[in-house]
Write a protein that binds this ligand. Structure first.
Ligand SMILES: Nc1nc2c(c(=O)[nH]1)N[C@H]1C(S)=C(S)[C@@H](COP(=O)(O)OP(=O)(O)OC[C@H]3O[C@@H](n4cnc5c(=O)[nH]c(N)nc54)[C@H](O)[C@@H]3O)O[C@H]1N2
Ligand SMILES: Nc1nc2c(c(=O)[nH]1)N[C@H]1C(S)=C(S)[C@@H](COP(=O)(O)OP(=O)(O)OC[C@H]3O[C@@H](n4cnc5c(=O)[nH]c(N)nc54)[C@H](O)[C@@H]3O)O[C@H]1N2
Ligand SMILES: [Mo]
Length: 672
């Protein structure tokens, strides 16, 4: 009789998500037999999302890459299976050629997306940052990069406070789809009598939970915040509350700024009714701290900083700065504190950063001859999609490291299969609740998949032989030894952890030790008010006044296009997961708007912007206002509809496009 060997392991999900769940896997005879949420995690409490459970299916999905593949002509689809040895040989051959010709790796560009945020995966960034002269590509498709340094605030990112908050504002975020573990906290708050306000042009899954839903006009958030703070300031003695925090003269300047807010214009441009405004003010005037959750809907706006400042000013007037139980939450890039994360951002060898928003074709410098893409799917995710396509075509050699043959991988010359979180150890730092967790390796790599650390190690050994001294990567004997070497004083200060041994065996996720919050609050409030009242905006408007932005779609493109994140996918990942009656990509359109154009439910239509067009199935939707459409972002593997073709390429010259206003593209609809 054969005896089944069963063992359990603990994992930390390394996807770009608010939760970073700990997951317990049961492994039987070397294969994952079961996954469950880990009840010991204080934020996720044993509950996994649909994608968490689907990780098991993903791990042995028939479409998962098993071997390295090579195609001479990009996009030809004529891939041949090759050995790893051959793959390394091709890569080193290209690198040596580049270096010998240019005496630098300037024309080698690497791009790392957000497919896996584990510390181990920074090995790729570190390797390329340590290559003489290499180019690092920055693309705003990744986590928003609003420059928060000005107002960097001391509030701990403690989502647990939400359950006790009497007022919860959700601005342009859809946690019921994108942050499901927040929902029990919201419900707990509601049971205690909290008012939940959801502000979104789309009637989302989160809006269904709201006490008040405001169907805001896209980009109207700053104006709603200004309306509220004007209303509060009129009747509240807010200066007294703030006085301990402000510098001389600041409260007078702030009061004057608030008096200058044009109520009539703000009502019009936000589309908020006076009745809703009145109700909100009534709630806010009661005591108690408020929580503001700010999502992509706001920070992907053309004037995100201004909207966010207005929301923060509202929190200030409400007396929430420095008050326990309050929170202004904005998703940001995770703090990079491990050694390899730090060195990834600091070229050790005169390398350069290149923004996808720079039109490099016109910049004289040498074009990129080789591209290395890891954890990224720019062909479906980047607003600069067209530019990526051109860059791929222009490069002689493109390498993609992934689990699947994605639209990006299809455009590469070499596709390398890599390990998943079950097949490699890792460290995961979450950027919402901030826990640090160890991920255990549970099973052997799928077929010939190799970890990014192993790929980099093999390359650096071979490169050292071919071109001694051109890279600065230190070779370790194993992934764990490599991870152990990434700890430092800063990690110790933040988490009290010195090495992996402390995190193994699961003492629980490590949460940050405490910080000097009060001082930070004070400083950030002062900076905020200075910014509001002193600085001039891009068009000469003052501080965070509403900039002149078109809130009515132009005649030739009469619809707003909103591209939210899918509840059962993660950006371009989990393309195989079908949990809804949704067989293919679709565009949500209001029935009245559709009928006016003679479009029936289910008809294939064309959506065009000034930049591109897609053909897609129309679905009547009650979620959208009449002048807006929505299409989920991601990889629509069944139809290959590429929504991001509709966005304007970013331009560094355009002051409004420091990041692409992903939800604010105007489009038209045509029958085919
Ligand atoms: N299931 C799932 N979870 C995810 C992800 C996923 O793809 N799927 N992705 C993860 C990642 S990388 C991220 S960044 C987060 C994103 O998390 P969220 O920010 O919650 O996700 P989005 O869908 O981008 O939410 C944007 C919302 O803003 C609305 N919106 C658009 N324009 C405006 C506007 O002008 N004002 C307001 N108030 N709202 C507007 C949209 O209708 C949409 O409902 O989610 C993470 N979690
Ligand atoms: N229209 C529109 N576009 C958007 C957005 C939007 O709201 N609307 N949202 C934007 C946002 S917020 C984000 S964060 C980006 C996300 O876009 P990307 O940064 O491209 O991230 P993902 O699509 O999640 O994953 C990219 C690839 O990583 C691969 N991957 C997963 N795990 C691993 C691993 O362990 N190793 C390696 N090598 N690869 C792995 C996946 O298979 C996938 O092909 O998209 C942006 N694009
Ligand atoms: Mo994101």
């Amino acid at each position: 009789m054969s005896c089944t060997e069963r063992k359990t392991f603990r994992h930390a999900c390394s996807k770009n998500c608010f939760s970073s769940c700990t997951i317990i896997s049961t492994v039987e005879n070397g294969r994952i037999a079961e996954l469950q949420g880990d009840p010991a995690h204080p934020y996720t409490k044993g509950k996994l999302c649909s994608k968490g459970f689907a990780l098991m299916e993903m791990n042995e999905h028939p479409e998962r890459l098993k071997y390295p593949y090579y195609q001479k002509v990009k996009g030809s689809g004529k891939f041949t299976k090759i050995t790893w040895e051959k793959a390394y040989e091709l890569i080193i051959g290209e690198m040596v050629n580049i270096y010998k010709r240019n005496k630098s790796f300037y024309s080698l560009g690497f791009y790392k997306g957000t497919g896996n945020l584990g510390v181990l995966h920074y090995v790729t960034d570190q390797f390329f940052a340590g290559l003489d002269g290499a180019t690092r590509i920055i693309d705003s498709s990744a986590t928003a990069n609003i420059d928060r340094s000005q107002f960097e605030r001391g509030q701990g990112r403690n989502p647990f406070v939400i359950k006790d908050a009497p007022f919860i504002f959700i601005w342009g975020a859809n946690p019921a789809a994108t942050n499901v573990h927040l929902i029990p906290f919201l419900i707990e708050a509601k049971v205690r009598g909290a008012k939940v306000v959801v502000i979104d042009p789309l009637y989302t899954q989160t809006a269904e939970l709201a006490d008040l839903y405001i169907q805001i006009r896209p980009t109207g958030d700053g104006d709603l915040a200004r309306l509220l703070l004007k209303g509060l300031a009129e009747s509240n003695s807010f200066f007294e509350k703030l006085s301990g925090f402000l510098e001389d003269g600041q409260s007078e300047r702030f009061a004057e700024w608030i008096r200058g807010i044009d109520q009539k214009r703000a009502l019009l441009s936000s589309g908020v009714s006076e009745e809703a405004l009145h109700l909100l003010l009534q709630w806010l005037k009661k005591k108690g701290p408020s929580v503001h959750v700010i999502g992509n809907g706001v920070f992907r706006q053309a004037h995100a900083e201004k909207s966010i400042c207005a929301i923060e000013a509202l929190a200030a007037v409400h007396g929430d700065f420095g008050r326990s139980g309050s929170l202004v939450f904005i998703k940001q890039k995770p703090a990079k504190i491990f050694n390899n994360q730090i060195s990834a951002d600091n070229f050790s060898f005169n390398g350069r950063f290149l923004k996808m928003s720079d039109s490099w074709e016109n910049r004289g410098g040498s074009p990129l001859e080789m591209l290395w893409i890891s954890c990224a799917n720019p062909m479906t995710q980047s607003p600069n999609r067209q530019r990526w396509e051109k860059s791929f075509q222009a490069a002689r050699f493109v390498v993609t490291v992934d689990h699947f043959l994605t639209p990006t991988a299809k455009m590469a010359n070499l596709v390398l299969p890599t390990t998943t979180l079950f097949e490699e150890p890792d460290l995961v730092v979450n950027d919402f609740h901030q826990a640090l967790t160890f991920n255990e390796k549970a099973v052997a790599p799928y077929f010939e998949s190799r970890s990014e650390w192993e790929i980099v190690r093999e390359l650096s050994v071979r490169l050292e032989k071919a071109l001694p001294g051109v890279h600065r990567f230190s070779v370790h004997s194993s992934e764990e030894e490599y991870l152990n070497n990434q700890f430092n004083e800063e990690v110790y200060k933040k988490y009290g952890a010195k090495d992996l041994s402390q995190l193994k065996g699961f003492p629980g996720p490590y949460f940050p030790l405490e910080n000097g919050e009060d001082v930070m609050w004070k400083q950030s409030l002062q900076k905020l008010i200075n910014h509001l009242t002193e600085e001039s905006g891009e068009n000469g408007e003052k501080g965070a006044e509403q900039p002149s932005i078109e809130t009515t779609p132009p005649k030739e493109y009469p619809f707003w296009l909103v591209t939210p994140h899918h509840p059962y996918r993660l950006n371009s990942q989990f393309h195989f997961l079908r949990l809804m009656d949704e067989k293919e990509a679709f565009v949500g359109i209001h029935a009245r708007a559709a009928r006016k154009l003679g479009i029936f439910d289910g008809e294939i239509i064309r959506i065009s912007s000034a930049y591109g067009s897609v053909e897609i199935k129309a679905v009547y939707s009650t979620q959208v206002p009449e002048d807006a459409l929505f299409i989920y972002e991601g990889w629509h593997s069944d139809t290959e509809v590429e929504v991001n073709r509709l966005f304007p390429p970013q331009s560094e010259e355009d002051p409004h496009s420091s990041r692409t206003p992903l939800h604010h593209t105007f489009v038209k609809v045509e029958k085919l």
